[in-house]
Design a protein. Structure first.
Length: 133
């Protein structure tokens, strides 16, 4: 039974990153969703987009949520990342420990980080030559 063509792995990562962005847009302003959960999904978006670049360039990558580690690996393989990547790496703590804390003293601005992740999505889409939307 033919189920149609499978998406290439980098396209799956981009699709899933778009879904993370979409989810954050849907729940912004909803007081029933904790800010750190929204930041978790933005972190996941950024992580998936970096992994999309690895997949596109046929670079093996470790199972990690550490954005600094992924950026370093991208640099080692001469994969171009945008200059604002350093700001996005600040999201790493939201991958695991940030989601389980009860009280946060200093959370990142959700709208700002969401906008930066959307800029990164545009960068990745341009790199792999697919439309942003």
């Amino acid at each position: 039974m033919d189920k149609g063509p499978f998406l290439e792995q980098y396209k799956v990562f981009i699709l899933k990153a778009r879904q993370d962005i979409s989810l954050v847009h849907e729940v912004m302003g909803n007081n029933n969703v904790a800010p750190e959960i929204m930041l978790f999904h933005i972190q996941q978006c950024v992580e998936k987009l970096i992994k999309a670049l690895f997949s596109f360039h046929s670079v093996r990558f470790p199972k990690t949520h550490d954005l600094d580690e992924l950026v370093e690996l991208a640099q080692e393989h001469e994969i171009a990342l945008p200059p604002f990547m350093e700001k996005l790496t600040e999201l790493s703590p939201y991958a695991v420990e940030g989601r389980y804390a009860i009280i946060h003293d200093d959370l990142h601005d959700i709208a700002d980080m969401l906008a930066e992740s959307e800029r990164f999505l545009a960068h990745v889409c341009a790199t792999v030559n697919i439309p942003v939307r």
